[in-house]
Design a protein around this ligand. Structure first.
Ligand code: ADP
Ligand code: ASP
Ligand code: MG
Length: 424
């Protein structure tokens, strides 16, 4: 008998029917002799609806009360799911993140898990129950306030619990059949990947493939937890994400490219007319860091010799745009820039694959594909196993499809199925 942690995303529990369907699946796992711990997200687009509501009463909701509000979404689904399981004649108990022992730091709206003490969950499953845990939430170690882990954070809750409970596997159930070579909502010819290394998955997730959250993959890699991403709507096997290929490296030739990711959740800020002297970038990015904002790409233009001024652009989550602009305005006299420009009509396309390290032609083919599709590139950044470009948001879908085709990733059989969700 093994212990399995199953996580069901919002699209899998979007309505009462969905909850009943998921309850059956959970009961089946229990009947197969497993101890089952379930992590559940808020129903459908509940979190977005709660955010919309908050924005109607306060222009930029944040902090403690915002977390209190958002965690309500997962409390609804956990209780309903436990009821649906009981209705099938099995015992289930639901727990908030705090009750489940998910301890975080105190950065509201994007807290990090620092410890998991799942004593109550262990007791509950040892007594024969199915334990249902509200995803995406925890309690801060110092102030004992309720926190949330950032959008998509239920994935992280699941892996963190799997690690703390020493589970055999963490199953992430969603509205597609696994991890594909591109988002199936954009590329109908995307191909399901049977196994992907944590390394490549981490890069895809960090580049916007929201099928798994990057923090969750990071956690799984550190604690060596295999993840099985699959559909809660079909019975098909999904995608395994792990540090080592379960088939052994010799059997399966590594694909050069794992996939294409895209992200339209970022904005670009340009600091115009920055004096071109040592220390300027340090002051700018200190101001951003002090506001607890993570940035992604950075470019600095060559300064015009006549003016001695340069422009620095960087990308960041749109949700942090307002905070970043305020932080820079406040630091204006220390930095000495001329003006700020904010652009939220950008998109990012990334090509990911460990095989890039040893295949010099990849970058050239990537740019060629974008050029053939008539897509203009605004920013470029690379890592050993990834190339990313920023383009106009309107060009993103076309660019993803062009790159997917150019790298021979299009499948020639079944079209990728999207079972549910709104893609929001
Ligand atoms: P959940 O509600 O289950 O957490 P999400 O919406 O967070 O689901 O994640 C699943 C979605 O991720 C899919 O519906 C799909 O549109 C999107 N997605 C983006 N990139 C990929 C990819 N490479 N493979 C599979 N799905 C992807
Ligand atoms: N409900 C939260 C969100 O929509 C967390 C999650 O679904 O993982 O972001
Ligand atoms: Mg998700």
């Amino acid at each position: 008998m093994g212990l399995v942690v199953q996580k069901y995303g919002g699209s899998s529990v979007a309505d009462a029917e969905g909850i009943k369907r998921v309850a059956k699946r959970i009961v089946d796992a229990k009947k197969n002799g497993h101890q089952v711990v379930v992590v559940v997200s808020a129903m459908g687009d509940t979190t977005d609806e709660l955010i919309d509501l908050a924005e109607q009463v306060s222009p930029i909701p944040a902090g403690r009360e915002f977390d209190m509000l958002l965690t309500a979404g997962e409390r609804i689904s956990m209780a309903l799911l436990a009821m649906a399981i009981k209705n099938l004649g099995h015992e289930a108990q639901s727990f908030t993140g705090s009750q489940a022992g998910v301890i975080t730091d105190s950065v509201h709206n994007k807290a990090r898990i620092i410890d998991v003490t799942p004593g109550r969950i262990r007791t509950s499953i040892d007594e024969g129950n199915i334990a249902i845990v509200a995803g995406f939430q925890g309690v801060s170690q110092d102030k004992k306030d309720i926190t949330t882990l950032g959008r998509g954070g239920s994935d992280t809750t699941a892996v963190a619990l799997a690690a703390a409970l020493d589970a055999d596997v963490c199953e992430i159930y969603t509205d597609v059949d696994g991890v594909f070579t591109a988002d199936p909502r954009v590329v109908r010819k995307a191909r399901k990947i049977e196994w992907i290394s944590s390394e490549d998955m981490l890069e895809l997730a960090a580049s916007g493939s929201k099928v798994l959250l990057h923090r969750c993959v990071e956690y799984a890699r550190r604690y060596n937890i295999p993840i099985h991403v699959r559909s809660s709507f079909s019975g098909l096997p999904g995608t395994w994400v792990s540090n080592e290929n379960p088939q052994g490296d010799t059997q399966v030739e590594h694909a050069i490219i794992s996939g294409v990711a895209h992200d339209v959740s970022e904005a670009k800020i340009t600091v115009v007319g920055v004096p071109d002297k040592p220390g300027e970038a340090a002051v700018i990015f200190r101001a951003i860091a002090d506001a607890e904002i993570n940035i992604d790409m950075i470019v600095q233009n060559v300064s015009a010799a006549s003016t001695g001024l340069t422009d620095i652009s960087f990308t960041l989550p749109k949700a942090e745009g307002h905070k970043a602009m305020n932080a820079l305005e406040k630091a204006k006299s220390a930095i000495g820039f001329e003006s700020l420009r904010y652009d939220d009509q950008i998109g990012k396309i990334s090509l990911v694959g460990a095989g890039m390290k040893t295949n010099p032609g990849v970058t050239a083919s990537f740019f060629q594909a974008l050029s053939d599709a008539g897509v203009n590139i605004e920013l470029i950044s690379t890592s050993e196993i990834r190339i990313s470009v920023v383009t106009r948001q309107d060009d993103v879908n076309e660019a993803v499809r062009a790159v997917h085709t150019a790298f021979g990733l299009d499948s020639d059989s079944d079209e990728a199925v999207v079972y549910g969700g709104t893609g929001r």
